[in-house]
Design a protein around this ligand. Structure first.
Ligand code: FES
Ligand code: FE2
Length: 393
């Protein structure tokens, strides 16, 4: 072992990797230090499949939206075949961002600076006056080498995932276990419309939002309303090492409207889902929930080391999303979830404050209740370690 590799776990990640009864949580600096945040971008968020947006926001051919992901300007575009592509939002000429706001393009992405135009598939198609006034070509400008730079992307459950580093396994392989676990829910998801979309800005490190979502331990105190029918003992832990973790409940109760109306179920679900529901953190930055009659996805957008935006979107079956008589129920369901997620804000912001206590040692996990949280910590620590080892080689 050389000096460098000896130093890889110097900040406590080795203690995180231990078994839960002796492990400690990630040390403070993983939540508050700018240097660690920069390291984390590369080691955790860019090297895996991170979520950046929702495909339903660009429903039609030619729709485009700019997305800034941890400082990287990106643009998601739906092409003429209906597929979504993600490009770096920077013109190949002088680097100007091509798309400034969400909207429908008229066939091409036109740079606002010198008007170079790109097809929806990223090909450079026109370069006005590039060879001098009236000369739209020049032997030195090889259009076929100057297409927009594509970022690896994949859509699953309406979520746009990107792998910035380009070297993660194929998405289908990366997500194989969660897809398998929820294969019954691999069916059309239809967004519930305006009322089913909201965001919460939270003064916390994105990881604390994951850690809180993973566990049901806090239900009795933080969510007394939920806990009144779905008690601690009705929950079970879900831990899939290196991939995802979360919790399930055995007593999901469907929401009913004043006239007794309810949302239609997803098709062909097995009995498990009559009264069951599951909530998973799919690493790194997506929180998912599935129920017989609706599903939701939350993308955690890490804005800064201590600032996160939670983008929440709720989905139904085709019928559930479009039936006008269920409009009020969809709003009520969104309000219900919003209330629950708001209840979590004081703890995720509180834990962030606690990370400034200099003698806090990462914390002690309950070997019984905190398994899913520890599974996430271990994954993060492992990703840091892997990247540091690769860097030390
Ligand atoms: S920077 Fe885009 S055309 Fe010049
Ligand atoms: Fe919670």
């Amino acid at each position: 072992m050389n000096v460098h590799t000896q130093g890889i776990g110097r900040d406590g990640i080795e203690d995180v990797l231990k078994s839960i009864d002796v492990a400690r949580g990630l040390p403070n600096e993983f939540y508050i230090s700018q240097e660690r945040f920069e390291e984390e971008k590369q080691s955790v968020l860019f090297s895996n499949w991170s979520a950046i947006g929702f495909a339903k926001d660009i429903p039609e051919h030619g729709d485009a939206m700019p997305i800034e992901f941890l400082g990287i300007p990106l643009v998601a575009v739906r092409d003429q075949h209906g597929s979504v592509n993600v490009f770096q939002n920077a013109c190949r000429h002088r680097g100007m961002p091509l798309v400034q706001e969400k909207g429908r393009l008229r066939g091409t992405l036109r740079c606002p600076y010198h008007s170079w135009c790109y097809g929806l598939d990223g090909r450079l198609v026109t370069t006005p006056h590039v060879g001098g006034p009236g000369q739209n070509t020049h032997p030195g400008i090889k259009r076929d080498e100057l297409g927009l730079l594509k970022v690896r992307s994949h859509i699953w459950r309406d979520i746009i995932f990107v792998n910035i580093s380009g070297d993660a396994p194929e998405f289908e392989e990366y997500a194989a276990d969660v897809i398998e676990r929820w294969k019954e829910f691999e069916q059309p998801l239809v967004h519930g419309g305006e009322s089913s979309s909201f965001k919460l800005e939270v003064k916390t490190n994105w990881k604390l939002a994951i850690e809180n979502y993973c566990e049901s331990y806090h239900l009795p105190w933080v969510h007394p309303g939920l806990n009144s029918y779905s008690r601690l003992e009705d929950h079970y832990n879900i831990e899939e090492d290196g991939k995802f973790s979360g919790q399930g409940t055995m007593v999901y109760r469907q929401i009913n409207g004043e006239a007794g109306e309810s949302f239609p179920d997803f098709e062909g679900l097995s009995q498990k889902w009559d009264e069951g529901a599951e909530y998973l953190a799919f690493y790194p930055n997506v929180l998912l929930g599935v129920h017989r009659d609706h599903a939701f996805a939350i993308i955690l957008e890490p804005k800064a080391v201590d600032e996160t935006v939670e983008h929440v979107e709720i989905y139904y079956t085709d019928e559930g999303a479009h039936a006008p008589e269920l409009d009020a129920l969809r709003s009520a369901n969104a309000m219900l979830w919003k209330g629950v997620f708001i209840e979590d804000i004081f703890v995720v912001e509180g834990m962030q404050k606690g990370r400034h206590a200099p003698m806090f040692d990462g914390g002690k996990f309950s070997p019984v209740m905190d398994g899913p949280t520890h599974t996430f910590h271990r994954w993060v620590a492992g990703e840091f370690k892997k990247a540091r080892q690769a860097g030390a080689r």
